[in-house]
Unconditional design. Structure first.
Length: 73
């Protein structure tokens, strides 16, 4: 899956942590020619994803906190 039209919004933020809300639309990553044909014949599915992600600041760099995504490995 390939994310497109990604939007983020900061919900809370302090010096060492933050929470952001992410809204995105995912499409299946396929050959661009097949994607054009899929759009013409309405064969492609778009999946909307909305999630809240926790960020932590380590050594001056923002990183995704542990357990941020409930995705299988």
């Amino acid at each position: 899956m390939k994310p497109i039209l990604m939007k983020t919004k900061v919900l809370t933020m302090d010096d060492s942590s933050a929470q952001i809300q992410i809204d995105t639309i995912n499409i299946r990553s396929i050959n661009p020619l097949f994607r054009i044909v899929g759009y013409i014949f309405c064969l492609l599915e778009e999946h909307e994803v909305q999630d809240t992600i926790s960020l932590v600041k380590e050594e001056g760099i923002w990183k995704i906190g542990p357990g941020a995504f409930d995705l299988p490995i």
